[in-house]
Design a protein around this ligand. Structure first.
Ligand code: GDP
Length: 323
């Protein structure tokens, strides 16, 4: 049993930071943020350059690069239908990727690791807002339990490394994220990019109505991914502890309200219908963000502002969209 003795401090701007998953929604935002904060030694590898499912390749890479900091932002992610339809892929790929990265980082005794997960790790009927200590106190939401179990295993592995090796590794669990670089596929994306795409297409086509999934009554909290990136750096520089830290805004709204915001942002004036044959998922998922806020961080981007910016990004990046 090791004690972790670590005083978080401002990271040297020449620290070598490996962002695993640097082309994804979160990883690319982290990259932009680290650059804008003056970091000069960022390391990223595309899937073609390094297959994170290849354990020996990950070990070789980590031994070559010797990062000071590793951020695990690489994961197979998707919206409610993708998670519900391909649970094997979500549990198996995520477990393998994170175990390879965490084991290789441990082998090199990387000092600081930030493991990222998701708010779906919490029980379906957790008391709202969801405190960090409600982890493992109840049954998970079945539409994404495979993904959630993989992420819970990652949190436990980080805690185990702290206990067994005394390394100051940490975990952060973001709420629903959105922003530039998101997956806009109508079938596999999360709700916000799906709505942007659907309403913008309907506006362009002059359609009289759009049909969204579920009842519209579930409540969700949304954080712009640039705020997520700034929270990650804040945690690396200001926080140490075994418990995963929730990252969110502290506010939520119904999917129906969100759809009105998106319709307004793209200029769609028709009707919205709801397809009750599609799953609603968990009824509410609002994080208690007091640990993070009390450590001195707050989000900067309001939801209407973030949606406007994402619509603009979506329209000007049609050629390279992930769909
Ligand atoms: P979740 O937060 O894990 O449930 O993931 P999602 O972001 O995929 O879905 C959030 C909520 O939005 C669920 O209640 C969905 O039923 C609802 N929703 C409405 N329309 C859509 C859509 O077109 N795509 C997705 N992914 N969700 C939608």
């Amino acid at each position: 049993m090791q004690e972790v003795t670590f005083d978080p401090a401002r990271l040297d701007r020449d620290s070598r930071i490996y962002v695993a998953g640097h082309r994804g929604l979160v990883g690319s935002a982290l990259w932009r943020h680290f650059e804008s904060e003056g970091f000069t030694d960022l390391v990223g590898r595309t899937r073609q350059e390094l297959d994170l499912l290849d354990r020996s390749a990950v070990f070789r890479f980590m031994a070559d690069v010797q990062p000071d900091v590793v951020v695990v932002a690489a994961a197979k992610v998707g919206g409610i239908m993708a998670n519900n339809t391909y649970p094997v892929d979500f549990i198996s790929e995520n477990l393998q990727v994170q175990v390879n990265l965490l084991d290789a980082a441990l082998d090199e005794r990387v000092e600081r690791v930030l493991f990222l997960g998701s708010s779906c790790i919490y029980p379906k009927f957790a008391e709202q807002p969801i405190r960090e200590d409600s982890l493992l106190t109840g049954t998970l939401e079945p539409t994404n339990d495979a993904y959630a179990i993989a992420k819970i295993a990652g949190i436990l592995q980080v805690q185990a490394v702290r206990r067994q090796y005394g390394l100051p590794w940490i975990s952060a669990m973001p709420t629903n994220l959105y922003g530039p670089g998101d997956n806009f596929s109508p079938t596999t994306s999360h709700v916000l990019p799906a709505l942007i795409q659907r309403y913008d297409n309907a506006r362009a086509a002059g359609d009289a109505e759009v049909v969204n999934w579920g009842s519209g009554s579930p409540r969700r909290e949304f954080l712009h991914v640039d705020d997520m990136a700034s929270a990650c750096l804040h945690l690396l520089e200001n926080f140490d502890g075994p418990q995963q830290v929730n990252v969110g805004t502290g506010d939520d709204q119904t999917i129906r309200d969100i759809s009105h915001l998106v319709a307004g942002a793209v200029g769609f004036t028709g009707e919205t219908q709801w397809d009750l044959s599609k799953p609603d998922g968990t009824p509410r998922k609002l994080l208690d963000v007091s640990t993070l806020f009390e450590s001195g961080w707050k989000p900067k981007i309001s939801l209407p502002e973030g949606i406007e910016a994402t619509v603009e990004w979506y329209r000007s990046n049609q050629a390279t969209l992930r769909t």
